[in-house]
Design a protein around this ligand. Structure first.
Ligand code: FAD
Ligand code: MLT
Ligand code: ZN
Length: 475
């Protein structure tokens, strides 16, 4: 049964609109939508609405707004910041986009795809590949995260260094506004300067300004040559230096440049079946380099040998493995992609999704790690992530002998400790995961003044009743 009593007639109206497949009210059916991937929050909701069309989304919004019921949009529910989890008061409905999962159009000449919000990212990638193109957004949750979710969080992931964030891959949007109007902005133009770029307002808004129902996305030429390298490196500075060497030799070839700590790779080898260390000896620092070219005859192995040879001579690279086959490339990527899951299996961890100018990444890793160990002796720093774009997941794993709950009780102290270093290095406290519920209390201190008050005025103008994903993003 639903948790809070719905306003008179609302569920009956929603049921008439959506039918049995479109409205879930049974506690067992709605349970999976009430908590987040990290297990940080346990919300409650009256119902999960599963509209199958834009018109149904609009009608749901009108009914809920008339009844004063908050709406929490949900895609794949892989948010790292509790963005898609309702509050505990049970007043809200969750609006799932799962049934809006059609790819409406694919055009390999214009290099565009129009996909509904509930299309899973991996399905969008596959659809692009099927027509000889590439949709380049790639992240560990790509088998579950949706187009609506990645746009609403402006997700980054592994290929930002080459293709940008989700925002950069979006040409047009279709949005149901908080008053139930449908805005059809599904234009597929590369140039369109016609007033305020409204579409960008909804990217990264985390569902607080309306519901994204479809998007027109940019596709790219499909790489015809690919190579993946896994290297142990001397230290964080050496990792940065290797990145610079690749950039200076052939910037266009870098598709991803990821950093991993020795501890993080140890966890992946320990907890994830089939993951093994590809180099001969354990090290404290590793990098993964993904090289890709649209030229079938590109000599990526030659490029790798040239750069790694020079880096080895300088003592930056200790050992290196070149994938050489599709299976080995996939195996190398798994070591990196399984970091979040391996960390979860090792015990309680505190995540810090932060960014700094690329040049400051080594200093960030060293200083934030030392500060957190000083704060809680025995804490195990597990920094990893998208070094090529300056986004490091400055995560901390609990000390081996500490009670997980006691460690998590210190989460805010740990985040503050990391953020102090991030601030000194001109960075951001949220690089790619967004604000969600987890970081709303940091907004005042980081974005207060003109920036936050402008955001608040935009929110009030579009959603005066404050019913779109309340409690998220803004304090
Ligand atoms: P949800 O979690 O369902 O929702 C996320 C937010 O968007 C919520 O605020 C929700 O209300 C809102 N929302 C969802 N759909 C809509 C819509 N149609 N209209 C309006 N608002 C909407 N993120 C990265 O950026 N880079 C990574 O490398 C990365 N790796 C990850 C690895 C793992 C293992 C996991 C679990 C997560 C990872 N994430 C990463 C975080 C997460 O996958 C992304 O934030 C993703 O964009 C969320 O997509 P989703 O469909 O699951 O959205
Ligand atoms: C990733 O890049 O794997 C995730 O964004 C990081 C995380 O789990 O902290
Ligand atoms: Zn990431």
């Amino acid at each position: 049964m639903p948790d809070a009593l719905p306003p008179d007639g609302l569920l009956a109206d929603l049921s008439a609109l959506l039918g049995p497949a479109g409205l879930l009210t049974d506690a067992a059916d709605i349970a999976p939508a009430l908590s987040d991937w990290r297990g940080l929050y346990q919300g409650r909701a009256m119902a999960v609405l599963r509209p199958a069309s834009t018109d149904q989304v609009a009608a749901c919004v009108k009914l809920c707004v008339a009844a004063g019921v908050p709406i929490v949009p949900q895609g794949g529910n892989t948010s790292m910041v509790g963005g898609a989890t309702p509050s505990e008061d049970g007043r809200a409905v969750i609006l799932s986009l799962a049934r809006m999962n059609r790819i409406r159009a694919l055009d390999p000449v214009d290099m565009t795809m129009t996909a509904e919000a509930g299309v899973v990212l991996k399905i969008a990638q596959d659809a692009a590949a099927d027509c000889g193109c590439l949709f380049p957004l790639s992240l560990g949750a790509e088998g579950t995260a949706t187009i609506g979710g990645v746009l609403s969080t402006n997700a980054g992931g592994n290929t930002t260094v080459r293709y940008g964030n989700a925002r950069d891959l979006m040409l047009g949007l279709e949005v149901v506004l908080p008053d139930g109007q449908v805005w059809n902005g599904l234009r597929r133009l590369r140039k369109d300067n016609t007033g305020y770029a409204l579409r960008h307002l909804f990217v990264g808004a985390e569902g607080t300004l309306g519901i994204v129902t479809a998007a027109t996305l940019r596709m790219f030429a499909r790489p015809r040559a690919n190579e993946v390298l896994f290297c142990s490196v001397r230290d964080e500075d050496a990792a940065l230096s290797v990145f610079r060497r690749f950039r200076e030799t052939d910037e266009t070839a870098i598709r991803a440049f990821e950093y991993m700590s020795g501890v993080g790779v140890d966890f992946a080898v320990k907890h994830i079946p089939g993951v093994t260390l590809p180099v001969a000896e354990r090290a404290d620092h590793y990098i993964l380099v993904d090289l890709a070219s649209t030229r079938a005859d590109a000599d990526l192995q030659g490029l790798a040998e040239q750069v790694l040879g020079a880096a080895m001579e300088e003592g930056e690279v200790i050992d290196a493995v070149v994938g050489g086959s599709e299976a080995k490339r996939t195996a190398i990527w798994r070591i990196r992609e399984e970091h979040p899951e391996a960390q979860r299996k090792e015990g309680a961890s505190v995540k810090n999704d932060v960014s700094v100018p690329v040049s400051k990444v080594p200093e960030l890793i060293r200083r934030a790690s030392a500060a957190c160990v000083a704060l809680i002796p025995g804490t195990r720093p597990v920094p990893f992530g998208h070094m090529g774009d300056g986004n490091i997941h400055m995560n901390l794993e609990q000390p081996v002998d500490m009670d997980p709950a006691a460690f998590l009780a210190r989460s805010h102290d740990i985040m503050d400790t990391v953020n102090e270093v991030v601030r000194e290095l001109d960075g951001s406290f949220s690089a790619e995961h967004g604000i969600g519920r987890l970081k709303t209390d940091m907004m005042e201190s980081w974005r207060g003044g003109a920036e936050l008050s402008t955001m608040q005025r935009i929110k009030s103008a579009l959603d005066p009743a404050g019913l779109m994903n309340p409690g998220k993003v803004l304090p």
